[in-house]
Design a protein around this ligand. Structure first.
Ligand code: ATP
Length: 356
């Protein structure tokens, strides 16, 4: 039995996770798929109530007793320091060593593209962002803070081990999916030290995958190319910082935050799935958050559990709902979070009975 810990978290996270659980309910009837889940009360409410973010016992239980974690979102205006989000989300990411941030950017419906030619050249891009190193390690500090002479150092850290494992995962993924190419995105002209390391390791690993084309492109050129040629690239592998930015660009080119799922993986060991969007305090509690990103996280979870067929089925029902206009206001519709969640759950149940 695959055990899943559900952390609805804060704001719209709670609303969209309710809909994700509806899909789990449908999926748990599938033959050959044994699923069990528990909901965890972690987030701003619990922090404000008890002063606790994530205890050691909770961390141990989450890491040892579950096959995967499904997280809604963390962030709440009542906790301006955001300490609970840092402790829980970054705590899990670093302590479970979730070194792969995987973000698929696929145009599910032609109307979702903001590009003039987006529909004729639909994006189907897989971004592998290094998730534990680079500029986001928090190394550095400030001197003479608050004065005109202030100095700030923000270190950018790259290790051969860190590069090797994310690049390898990107190539393995391309091979598993029988894709054609993997592209390294960097800024080796302006950042030559880390650039040399990324490029050396990338070339070495590419040799182990002779059937795949390997390319290298600077991040500024890639940012433009994704707009000019949205269907040109298949798999991108890149650093934490560039991956953060390019994957948001990819989300914007394929329907926006309400649709974008992500996986944080230590492949085969730990997995955490979360919508790319945050807790969206501006719309929380109004019943209008788009639950499709959360639904697609359930899809990524199914893929991770070896059920790519169910991942595709979830994308199919999301696409059908969009085509029918059963959408929340962010996609131009008038439906509520619950309406869309019900449409997805019913659609999935029907799809699974008609195409078992
Ligand atoms: P956080 O600080 O938790 O990341 P945020 O509001 O700063 O939250 P996001 O939650 O990513 O950042 O949201 C950015 C904007 O996108 C929100 O203000 C909201 O209007 C919109 N948005 C985000 N998620 C959704 C969603 N699921 N459905 C509809 N709109 C959304």
């Amino acid at each position: 039995m695959a055990r899943i810990a559900i952390i609805p978290g804060d704001g719209v996270g709670v609303e969209v996770m309710k809909q994700a659980v509806r899909l789990l309910d449908v999926l748990s009837g599938e033959e050959g798929l044994a699923l069990g889940w528990d909901e965890w009360d972690l987030g701003a409410d619990r922090y404000l109530r008890t002063g606790t973010t994530l205890t050691e016992e909770e961390f141990t239980e989450l890491s040892e007793n579950y096959d995967a974690i499904l997280l809604g979102a963390l962030g709440d205006p009542r906790v301006p320091s955001n300490i609970h989000a840092r402790d829980i989300l970054l705590g899990l990411r670093f302590r479970l060593d979730l070194y792969v941030n995987y973000r698929p950017c696929r145009l599910l419906h032609p109307d979702l593209s903001p590009l003039r030619h987006g529909a004729e050249r639909p994006m189907d891009l897989h971004i592998f962002r290094e998730n534990t190193e680079g500029s986001y390690g928090g190394l550095g500090g400030n001197l003479r803070e608050g004065t005109p002479q202030e100095l700030a150092i923000q270190e950018d850290v790259t290790t051969a081990m860190g590069v090797e494992r994310i690049v390898r995962r990107a190539f393995e993924f391309a091979r598993e999916r029988e894709l054609g190419s993997v592209t390294l995105v960097d800024k080796a002209n302006a950042m030559p030290h880390s650039g040399r390391l990324w490029r050396r390791v990338f070339r070495e690993i590419a040799e182990e995958f002779p059937e795949l084309e390997s390319e290298m492109q600077y991040v500024d050129a890639m940012a433009m190319d994704l707009i000019r040629n949205p269907d040109r690239h298949e798999v991108l592998v890149t650093s934490n910082l560039f991956g953060d930015i390019l994957s948001d660009e990819g989300a914007a080119l394929t329907g926006g935050m309400g649709l974008a799922p992500s996986a944080n993986l230590n492949p085969g060991v730990h997995a955490l799935f979360e919508p790319v969007h945050g807790s969206a305090p501006d719309i929380a509690g109004r019943g209008i958050a788009n639950p499709m990103a959360a639904a697609r996280c359930v899809g990524l979870l199914m893929g991770y559990l070896g059920r790519g067929d169910l991942e595709r089925a979830i994308d199919e029902v999301v696409t059908a709902a969009i085509a029918e206009g059963v959408t929340t206001p962010d996609l131009g519709g008038t439906r509520s979070t619950g309406d869309v969640g019900a449409r997805l759950a019913d659609g999935l149940a029907e799809l699974l009975t008609t195409h078992p």
